[in-house]
Design a binder for this molecule. Structure first.
Ligand code: FE2
Ligand code: FE2
Length: 166
C-alpha cells in the first residue's frame, strides 16, 4: 500500500530538529545507507517497503548523543506517530510495525515479522561504517548472506547522504 511519503519535506523536517552532528555515525548518511540496505533486503523477503524507508529516515532521528541513549527508539516511535498524516500516510497496521521496529531496534533481537526484521537487518548491515562486520547471529538468513557486499558498500559510501531524491 502506498504511503505517499513526501521525502523532501519529511527529511527537511527531521533534519531541522536533529540534535546531534549531521556528519556523525547516526546522521543522514547512515539513514541513507540503512534505506539502501533495507530496500534491497525488503524487496526480496516481502517486507513493507514504505515502513522500511520510514524506519531508515526516522529510527535515529531522536538521538541525543552518539553513545548511550537507550530511549531513542521509543522517542522516534512517538515522533513518527506525530508526523503521520502530514508527511506520509501509514495505516494503523503499518504504523504499529514502524513503531515496533523503532522501539526494538537497538535491543539485539531477531523478529519473526519480515518488515520489522528487515528494518533491523538494514541498520545492522551498516555497522561497516564503524568498522564492524555484522554478526550473522543478529541477522535474518537473507541479510546474513549479504554481509560482505553490504560491508563493502557501507564503507565505500561515507559521504553526503544519498536518498535518491528528485
Ligand atoms: Fe539507533
Ligand atoms: Fe541506526
Amino acid at each position: 500500500m502506498s504511503a505517499n511519503i513526501q521525502r523532501n519535506q519529511l527529511l527537511k523536517t527531521i533534519l531541522d530538529q536533529f540534535k546531534i552532528s549531521r556528519k556523525g555515525v547516526h546522521g543522514p548518511a547512515h539513514w541513507a545507507r540503512v534505506r539502501y540496505h533495507g530496500l534491497m533486503i525488503g524487496a526480496e523477503c516481502g517486507a513493507d517497503l514504505n515502513v522500511v524507508e520510514l524506519f531508515a529516515f526516522l529510527h535515529d532521528s531522536q538521538r541525543l548523543n552518539e553513545y548511550s541513549d537507550p530511549e531513542h527508539g521509543a522517542r522516534a516511535a512517538d515522533y513518527a506517530t506525530s508526523l503521520n498524516g502530514s508527511f506520509f500516510n501509514l495505516n494503523a497496521k503499518q504504523l504499529d510495525l514502524l513503531c515496533a521496529a523503532m522501539k526494538g531496534h537497538s535491543g539485539g533481537e531477531v523478529h519473526s515479522d519480515p518488515t520489522i526484521q528487515t528494518c533491523w537487518d538494514a541498520d545492522r548491515l551498516d555497522l561497516g561504517r564503524v568498522g564492524i562486520k555484522p554478526d550473522p547471529y543478529f541477522l535474518s538468513s537473507l541479510a546474513a548472506s549479504r554481509i560482505q557486499s553490504a560491508y563493502e558498500w557501507s564503507i565505500n559510501h561515507t559521504g553526503e547522504a544519498d536518498f535518491g531524491l528528485d
